[in-house]
Every structure is written in C-alpha cells, then in structure tokens.
Design a protein. Structure first.
Length: 118
C-alpha cells in the first residue's frame, strides 16, 4: 500500500509483515532522495525494517484502491510487522518519522499508520 496525499494513512494489520511505500514527491518538490537515514515510531511493538529509496518507478495502490506510480528517487519503501492495535478490533494510530537525505540536506516527513488487529 502506498500513501501519502492529503489525509491518507497506511493501514497495517498487526499479524502481517508487509512492504509499504511512501510517495514524498510533493514534499520534496523536484529534489531527489539519496538515502533513508531512519524510520522510527513511538510504538515499541511495531517493527520497521528494510528502509530504502525507490530506485525505479514503482506502481502500487493507495488506500482507496487507486493505481498510482511513484517516480524513482521520490519515494521510500520499508516493511512493517507487529504493532499495538486498539482493543476489540479497533484501530490504533501511530506516526512514523521518516528521516531522509536530499540535495537540500537532511529532511523529515511524518506518516500516520493505523494498526488494526488481524
């Protein structure tokens, strides 16, 4: 699943390990991402791994099922597993902080993730 335009969020199920994509093209406006420094979350039960800059154009779907393409150098990918879900199958929201580098230096983006029980 890909995000983030406007108020979109990633939806993650705590029992899954899955790759997610974040399109930062609008945020970096013409710059290219050269590296991912870190991706962190205040949810200690959420495991984040394999952070990478997208080196090729990547096609995926947003949270509404719309097909989108993230241009090479304007997005990042990572895997999520685990996470703290709300009680009684409710969703819990956490925020990922993505720190990355561009020609302008070190930059950050925040992405909301809803964690739901399987």
């Amino acid at each position: 699943m890909t995000c983030c335009v406007g108020d979109q969020v990633l939806l993650h199920y705590s029992g899954e390990s899955k790759t997610y994509y974040v399109d930062l093209g609008e945020a970096i406006k013409g710059r290219t991402i050269t590296g991912v420094t870190s991706i962190t979350s205040p949810d200690a039960a959420l495991t984040i791994a394999s952070a990478a800059v997208l080196s090729v154009d990547t096609a995926d779907y947003d949270q509404y099922g719309n097909s989108i393409t993230i241009e090479a150098g304007t997005g990042v990918s990572f895997t999520l597993s685990g996470g703290t879900s709300g009680s009684d199958d409710a969703e819990s929201t956490t925020t990922l902080r993505i720190t990355f580098t561009t020609s302008a230096g070190t930059e950050q983006a925040r992405v909301s993730v809803k964690v739901a029980a399987v």
